[in-house]
Design a binder for this molecule. Structure first.
Ligand SMILES: NC(=O)c1ccc[n+]([C@@H]2O[C@H](COP(=O)([O-])OP(=O)(O)OC[C@H]3O[C@@H](n4cnc5c(N)ncnc54)[C@H](OP(=O)(O)O)[C@@H]3O)[C@@H](O)[C@H]2O)c1
Length: 224
């Protein structure tokens, strides 16, 4: 049976990932900031819920201890924040650093903690949910903390793919589309179900040949 570990699984895209993988028969290990408030997730059969704030290294370590040495086939670093809207003259550097800690370092904290579990798994896939806003070639003058955090994530995830290329691991970066979630808003283009259908297809078809690459949920390669 496939074991899938997902961060930020209590709502939005993470919750739909947990639902679809569990419905497919996978064992889902879910990390959420507040397990006491994760009712929708706890209602999904086949999901194990743990406390996890990806910006807190000690919580990532505790989560790893709770999971133990079990093999993990697929790790999905999904948890993310948008950060405050800010512009030159009003940059909130504390918020900016928090955004980087969650979006850029959170996935790397998880990858480092769970690397032995991934190596012991069959699929050996590490997915980071990024955004097209992190592509430097699409740079605009807005949402700079978010854009910068995802650009850093893209660069580091591709770097991990390169530095660990002989380990049989697949490090993939996936943009979920513009999705109707709390982050994407009601005016977004696609539902979480449509996004996750696509994300799961991309994850299923990916292998070491795709490691370090950047795709949208519908399979289109994205510019860096
Ligand atoms: N929606 C879009 O259109 C869109 C587009 C491009 C990329 N993305 C990316 O897709 C991913 C999921 O986004 P979404 O739309 O599902 O957003 P969302 O509805 O706002 O959900 C965000 C999730 O991340 C969790 N999270 C936030 N900070 C965390 C932390 N420090 N530790 C652990 N979990 C934390 C949240 O938990 P709490 O409930 O505790 O806050 C929540 O479960 C993010 O990485 C986002 O950047 C989304």
């Amino acid at each position: 049976m496939t074991t899938v570990l997902i961060s930020g699984a209590n709502r939005g895209i993470g919750l739909e990932l947990a639902r679809q993988y569990a419905a497919d028969g996978a064992d889902v290990i879910a990390g959420v900031r507040d397990p006491g408030a994760a009712d929708a997730l706890k209602a999904v059969a086949g999901v194990e819920v743990h406390a996890l704030d990806v910006s807190e290294e000690t919580q990532v370590r505790t989560f790893r201890q709770e999971v133990g040495d079990r093999p993990v086939d697929i790790l999905i670093a999904n948890a993310g924040v948008f950060g405050a809207h800010q512009a030159m003259g009003g940059f909130d550097f504390e918020d900016w650093l928090r955004t980087y800690s969650v979006n850029s370092l959170g996935p790397v904290r998880l990858a480092q903690a769970f690397l032995p579990n991934l190596k012991a798994g069959i699929d050996k896939k590490l997915l980071a949910i990024t955004s097209t806003l992190g592509s430097t070639s699409t740079t605009a003058g807005d949402m700079l903390a978010y854009r910068g955090s995802k650009a850093a994530l893209n660069n580091v995830w591709a770097g991990l793919a390169a530095s660990l290329k002989d380990e049989g691991l697949t490090f993939l970066l996936l943009h979920p589309g513009w999705v109707k979630t709390d982050m994407g808003g009601a005016g977004a283009q696609i539902t979480p179900e449509q996004s996750v259908d696509g994300l799961r297809a991309r994850i299923a078809e990916a292998g070491p040949a795709q490691s370090g690459k950047l795709f949208a949920y519908d399979g289109k390669p994205l510019p860096w």
